[in-house]
Design a protein around this ligand. Structure first.
Ligand code: BGC
Length: 260
């Protein structure tokens, strides 16, 4: 299926690792022009740009802390300078923070999670929407998590930030829809990436994780990337203001398969 993404101008935040890297690759494979934002691990960003360029495509790497408004403005300016604007923003960058019970959490550590995940997503969405509304086309795809609806002890900042992004996205979608712009969320479950390596590398942690997934396997980054490119394409032109869960059924309360 041709998704019609050829030459589309795409920005994937946190595009040098985990889900972001898989999503950036998937867009590049569709011949889109792909800018990846990163903060650490510049080597991974170099490699992505090299690979795309060698394959005859166009790619950019942009270092910016997405929780810093000025850095975000400069990043979008750099995309304007290179490509004259943006068609698709994938807000992927995020952190889960150190596990800490709410009454024990450090204020700065708690705020940092919200700053990156919620404020950072907003700042990038704002810059993208300024351009998309003016050109009357575009898609903002925000990465949330099953934890926008599933509580997670020890991660009150993370869950709050993801639930926040989901509701913010609905409001932004309402604002942008009359201008031909879509805003929606993709909510991954447990996907094999560095963010949860400690769990899937540990035999007991892995066994426990599988009990939470009706499809009885951990997701691969490509499971999310395949849906991300589809949602960003015109194949999904009637989809906005909602969340698509890519979670192997994690949000289906698997513990209720028996008893109750
Ligand atoms: C977290 C992962 C976790 C998954 C399922 C994601 O949002 O980043 O660490 O494995 O949710 O609990």
């Amino acid at each position: 299926m041709d998704l019609g993404l050829t030459n589309k101008r795409v920005l994937v935040t946190g595009g040098n690792s985990g889900l972001g890297a898989a999503i950036a690759k998937a867009f590049a494979a569709e011949d889109a022009r792909v800018a990846i934002n990163y903060l650490v691990n510049p080597r991974q960003a170099d490699i992505f740009v090299e690979e795309v360029t060698v394959a005859g495509g166009e790619a950019l790497q942009l270092r910016a802390d997405i929780s810093d408004p000025e850095a975000v403005e400069a990043m979008f300016k750099a995309i304007d300078d290179a490509w004259g604007g943006i068609d698709i923003l994938v807000n992927n960058a995020g952190i889960d923070g150190e596990r800490a019970l709410g009454w024990e959490a450090d204020t700065d550590a708690w705020s940092k999670v919200v700053d990156v995940n919620l404020k950072g997503t907003y700042l990038c969405a704002r810059e993208a929407l300024r351009r998309m509304v003016a050109q009357r086309s575009g898609v903002v795809l925000n990465t949330t998590s099953v934890h926008q609806v599933i509580a997670w002890a020890g991660y009150s900042a993370y869950t709050a930030s993801k639930a926040g992004v989901s509701m913010m996205s609905k409001s932004l979608a309402q604002e942008a829809a009359p201008h031909g712009v879509r805003v929606l969320c993709i909510a991954p479950g447990a996907i094999r990436t560095p963010i949860n390596r400690a769990v899937w590398r540990d035999a007991e942690g892995y066994r426990d994780l599988l009990t939470k997934i009706p499809l009885r396997r951990i997701g691969e980054p490509e499971d999310v990337a395949n849906i991300a490119i589809m949602l960003a394409s015109d194949a999904a032109s009637y989809v906005t203001a909602t969340t698509i869960f890519v979670d192997g059924g994690m949000t289906d309360y698997p513990s209720f398969a028996h008893g109750g």
